[in-house]
Ligand binder design. Structure first.
Ligand SMILES: [Zn+2]
Length: 229
């Protein structure tokens, strides 16, 4: 099931885009930290852009210093499961116990000061009962509104231009842009992300866009619900 279908049913626990009231967008980077992450962080600092990283617990355990650096440099971290497992293979509580809590613990051990409040499902796949369970735990499930498919054929000629053009063609106020900095499933580093961001950020600024972290898109009632939980 495409979890965008949950938009109508789960307005308090699902966020697929920010309000279109301001010309701002959120860049999100999934699956890290990976070997491309240090260069990406240096570039984001140079460009003065704050972003959101949906990190995998096992990768955080392997490179806790990068989690600490992501936080220190002003970015936001969300939970992207422990092992990047497809949630559909689990019952609700089994999935929470094996993929959600251990990932949150790994992120906290690496320096996150409180439980992450954002979750993005691996492969964009999640069942309604799992969304509800995450909501009860205080998470907002985060989707995306712009997917340039940067994971597809990174060795192909014109790859960087293709991804940049894809984002620019689809961008809108309140956009949540899906990108990847973690190593891919074959263990290859996603170094192309650095050149993509180097070209994308000035082009978006040229269109009048500013950059937000996903948490800045959360409706006030979602933050309030978390405080009450
Ligand atoms: Zn992922």
């Amino acid at each position: 099931m495409d979890y965008h279908d949950f938009l109508a049913d789960h307005p308090r626990t699902y966020l697929g885009r920010g309000l279109p009231d301001k010309r701002r967008l959120a860049l999100t980077f999934d699956d890290g930290p990976g070997r491309a992450t240090p260069a990406l962080l240096s570039l984001l600092a140079e460009l003065e852009v704050a972003a959101t990283f949906f990190c995998v617990g096992e990768a955080a355990r392997a490179q806790p210093a990068l989690i600490e650096r992501i936080l220190r440099e002003g970015h936001e971290i969300g939970n992207h499961s422990l092992s990047h497992a497809d949630a559909r293979g689990f019952g609700v509580q089994d999935w929470i116990d094996r993929e959600i809590h251990p990932a949150a613990a790994a992120l906290c051990e690496a320096g996150l000061s409180e439980m992450p409040r954002l979750f993005r499902p691996a492969y964009g796949e999640i069942a309604p009962g799992q969304v509800d369970a995450l909501g009860r735990l205080g998470y907002t499930v985060v989707g995306w509104s712009v997917d340039p498919r940067d994971w597809l054929e990174p060795e192909a000629p014109g790859y960087v231009s293709c991804v940049v053009e894809s984002v620019l063609a689809r961008i809108h106020p309140g956009a949540i842009v899906l990108l990847h900095d973690g190593d891919d499933e074959l263990g290859r580093a996603r170094h192309g992300i650095v050149e993509i961001v180097r070209r994308l950020v000035p082009a978006l600024r040229g269109q009048g866009y500013g950059f937000a972290r996903v948490g800045e898109f959360l409706p006030a009632q979602a933050v309030q619900a978390r405080v009450e939980a």
